[in-house]
Design a protein around this ligand. Structure first.
Ligand code: HEM
Length: 60
């Protein structure tokens, strides 16, 4: 499955990597943001990671 010619699995993988870096940086308080965003984006990451895994599995 592609979006504008780019693989959705690849796109979600990059988004997940950015979200993990954000989560660790804000969890460790290296990056100071309202902590609500750590909780919200942590939940979003759960869903984007599951979609990434399911699409990768289906496209084998
Ligand atoms: C994959 C997703 C997540 C990652 C990688 C992550 C990562 C981290 C890290 C590295 C810390 C610091 C731990 C420490 O220094 O002992 C932390 C703290 C914390 N995280 Fe997350 N987190 C994630 C998702 C979430 C979610 C979904 C919630 C809540 C809904 C949450 C709530 C908290 C809380 C309450 C703390 C403690 C903050 C404090 O010590 O003041 N995290 N997280």
């Amino acid at each position: 499955m592609t979006l504008a010619g780019i693989s959705l699995v690849l796109l979600l993988g990059i988004i997940n990597l950015i979200l993990v870096v954000f989560q660790v940086s804000t969890g460790k308080k290296w990056l100071k943001v309202n902590f609500t965003w750590h909780r919200r984006l942590g939940i979003l990451l759960l869903f984007t990671a599951i979609i990434h895994a399911v699409l990768a599995y289906l496209s084998r």
